[in-house]
Design a binder for this molecule. Structure first.
Ligand code: TAP
Length: 464
């Protein structure tokens, strides 16, 4: 029986998780939300230890210390651009842990030789946790390998894929049913292997640009397995926390798929129909117009309306601080300046918001896609800093392109477009951007941090 104080502590932790989610929904309150969520987790861990006698406390505490050390060092060391991989790994470990708990419970139930207290439902929850937790674990490892470019980021398909996947699903359901009638650790392990195989198969056909959507889906899977293991262990907090993660992950998955202009099904299995293939990365040698920082400074200094489109290259170059100084200077000269934030700019949800918030850009200047898009027609200059796919018209004009159907920022409607990038190489989707060749487009070649400093110096010189 859980003491009343412990039940109240679990309730407090659950409230912390809900308030944390609310905080995480806006860049302004995200940091506080994160801290509140972490506080909830600490309260939950403490309550587990203090509310009942714990067997094997020493190895559990040692595991906690090792995990906390790895997590802390990893979080400090990871580059902002590698955050999705890190989230994938953390998520996968959560799914794997839930699967291990369920296998051990099956062992306990089988050894006791009697129907568990929760009856059939507990056994169904155990079978579900083992399969889905293993899918999440193995799938997350493949997403990590793809995003870290330790394996190809292109969709991987092969002739017998649908048959193999179908057989895997059948085996998971079939052995799951057998396990419910004859619980054993062996069947649990067999289900874990089948789940891991399904996880690998689920992620292989997904192209690099869609991998973050799958990370979010696997995150939702982990949430559901944690909720199910809460049922197995009769722990209400696990049930609540898992349900919250499952619901938040499902919503995020749907929102991201919508931002990419695709259904979840075509995100996962589009490559099998020959749909989501990556484009050619060949670089065309057609002529483009390029200019020096001094030329672009004149263009910007005399513009009344400037829209900045930040992208992945801004994060790589870490040019956000000089970009903000440039924007401030242009505003001081009387221009109206805004930042157009595409939902999948960069490499993770909210990437540009985090980056620009770090440079103290006021939130009011960060405009979401729907809000800013009609304003491109009135813009004198659009400054595209390290972005590419999010302004690529191929998303509207080229059926079969990997980004076809994705809503884009219509930078092409502005009077002048300036691209700051290092070369003619394409963006993440690997396809050419026709906008680079338009007569209204000028390229300012170079690392964005370097060229941004030069541009800033030139605009300052014009301002004095
Ligand atoms: P991308 O299309 O990847 O383009 C980035 C551009 O930055 C490239 O053209 C690159 O050109 C330039 N660049 C790279 N390093 C630079 C540097 N140091 N200085 C200046 N330029 C630099 O970026 P995007 O427009 O932000 O689009 C995001 C893409 O990532 C989309 O395809 C999206 O689907 C995908 N994706 C998004 C997410 C999320 S959830 N945000 C996650 C994973 C993938 P050069 O090499 O010529 O410099």
């Amino acid at each position: 029986m859980i003491p009343i104080w412990a039940q109240l502590a679990y309730l407090l932790a659950a409230v912390c998780f809900i308030v944390a989610l609310k905080g995480l929904s806006s860049p302004r309150t995200a940091r506080r939300g994160n801290l509140i969520g972490a506080t909830g987790a600490v309260i939950a861990c403490f309550t587990v230890f203090a509310s009942a006698p714990i067997k094997h406390a020493v190895p559990i505490l040692a595991a906690l210390a090792i995990g906390a050390a790895i997590g802390t060092i990893g979080a400090y060391r990871v580059q902002m651009t590698q955050m999705p991989q890190m989230v994938a790994l953390f998520n996968g470990v959560g799914g794997g842990a839930a699967a291990i708990v369920a296998v051990l419970e099956l062992h306990r139930i089988a050894a006791a030789g009697q129907t568990p207290a929760g009856g059939l439902v507990e056994l169904i929850a155990a079978a579900f946790t083992v399969v889905v937790g293993s899918v999440s674990f193995a799938g997350s490892i493949v997403t990590f390998l793809k995003l870290q470019e330790l394996m190809t980021t292109k969709p991987v398909t092969f002739a017998g894929y649908p048959l193999l996947y179908g057989l895997g699903l059948l085996a998971a359901v079939g052995f799951g049913v057998v396990l419910v009638w004859f619980p054993s650790m062996f069947l649990g392990l067999l289900l874990a292997v089948i789940g891991a195989g399904l996880g690998v198969l689920l992620v292989l056909p997904v192209g690099g640009a869609d991998v973050p959507i799958v990370i979010s889906l696997l995150n939702a899977f982990t949430g559901l397995t944690v909720a199910a293991s809460g049922y197995i262990l009769q722990n209400t907090l696990l049930l609540v926390a898992g349900t919250l993660v499952g619901a938040a992950g499902s919503l995020l998955t749907m929102l991201m798929a919508r931002a990419m202009g695709r259904s979840l099904f075509s995100t996962l299995f589009g490559a099998l129909r020959g749909g989501s293939t990556l484009g050619s990365t060949a670089i065309s040698d057609r002529p483009v117009k390029s200019a020096s920082p001094a030329d672009i400074a004149i263009l910007l200094a005399y513009a009344d309306r400037v829209i900045i489109v930040p992208g992945y290259g801004l994060a790589v170059a870490q040019a956000q601080h000089s970009l903000r100084q440039l924007a401030d200077l242009l505003m001081a000269r009387g221009a109206k300046v805004d930042y157009a934030i595409h939902p999948v700019a960069g490499r993770m949800p909210g990437h540009m918001n985090v980056l620009l918030a770090e440079a103290q850009v006021p939130y009011e200047q960060l405009k979401e896609m729907d809000e800013i898009d009609p304003e491109f027609k009135q813009a004198d200059v659009v400054l595209v800093v390290g972005a590419n796919d999010v302004v690529n018209p191929a998303a509207e004009t080229t059926p079969g392109a990997p980004i076809y159907g994705m809503p884009i920022l219509h930078a092409n409607q502005a009077r002048q477009v300036v691209f700051m990038k290092r070369s003619m190489r394409p963006g993440f989707a690997g396809i050419e951007n026709e906008l680079l060749y338009e007569p209204t487009t000028t390229l300012l070649f170079g690392d964005a941090k370097d060229t941004m400093s030069k541009l800033l110096a030139e605009v300052k010189a014009l301002t004095v």
